[in-house]
Write a protein that binds this ligand. Sequence first.
Ligand code: FCB
Length: 451
Amino acid sequence: MRFPVGFVWGAATSAFQIEGASREDGKGPSIWDTFCRQPGRVAAGATGDVAIDHYHRHREDLALLAELGYGAYRFSISWPRVLPLGRGTVSRAGLGFYDQLVDEALELGLEPYPTLYHWDLPQALQDEGGWPTRGTAAWFSDYAALMIERLGDRVTRWATLNEPWCAAFLGHFAGIHAPGVQDARAAVASSHHLLLGHGLATAAMRAARPDAQLGIVVNPAPVVGLDGIGDDAVRRVDGLRNRWFLDPVLTGSYPKDVLDDLAAVLDDLIEPGDLDTIAAPLDWLGVNYYHDLLLEPPVEPEPWPYPFAPPAHTAARTELVTDLSWPVTPNGLADLLRHLRDTYPGLPPLAVTENGAAFTDPLVDGRIADDRRITYLAGHLEALASAMADGVDVFGYFVWSAFDNLEWHDGYRPRFGVIHVDYETMVRTPKDSALWLREFIDSSRPPADAD
Ligand code: FCB
């Protein structure tokens, strides 16, 4: 498989999942720090207090990524680390950390791809209402402006939000993510305010740095109804998961059918001008893809993140399933990319900003033979290449994740890293998949790109 000259190969992480140092250097608590402390919320009572201690090990972590052949590093900035209360007083130490991280990445030949919001809202803003409150969008925009002012001389590619669907619907309807709310009105309001925050931030960042490359990271997925799931259920899930986010950002309108489905909770949420703000032109779009949504009738009750859609089970078994019981459906990535290209004229260039799988394999004689992860990655890279051969404009691919880390409410058990982390000693060991990827990256360069 060959990828074009200049194709970006990267690895991805997020602040809460790796940094630790949850109260160091004046960092304020985030909604995830709070959530982790509520009994029963997170598997085995895991917290982000230490995580993989990246806050203290960033230098060696980045050096390892450079050694493994990546040209880019996608990470997120912890809002409460730079603004402990979400607004107002800036933490010099917090800003300094990201300053240094960016400098180190550049020195090592890793292009920094920061994401401004990967779910760790400052608790102080949650106390004032959080994402269900309109004002949070404006605070987000101010924070974005601060970050581009500080790092914009060295960082070109920015993402505003990571997977706003999760923040809104896992956090406020299913209640399995922070802040753990279960309320359709709060979830829908959150989704709109996240998108509004994205739009406001994009305008503010554009004004500060006209040359910046601004994007958003979403997690659309093909929705497939298996036996016993009707077309209307598929339409509703696809509506909330995919079109509710892509349409406003890319076309400046919410899908009519979803507006109808949500009528009971919309009230006067959407104000005149909001959609123009949300549809601020983008330079790129990040797509996170793990698996198709294969809907089947529910066997037993489980948390359901799609309001006004009949509950279903979203992870039908395939031949290979991951440790999170996620099906392995690589063709879905190609279908999704083609679908985006066909559905949204004027689609900006795409990057696959996350793709990967949770598999646990033993460390034996210093080696981790994670063959299932290699199978997973190889299948998805083949799908990506086939979509690109069909003309879909994709400029980069980031594996999730660089390191084993804190997988949100599932705690530390699911291991997504291509680099193993021993949580006792914090020793990092590249898995076979990392070595395989390095080879793959190397051999997929067009001959002209080789040095
Ligand atoms: C995505 C998240 C990322 C990670 C992967 C497995 O939804 O963006 O932080 O948890 O799933």
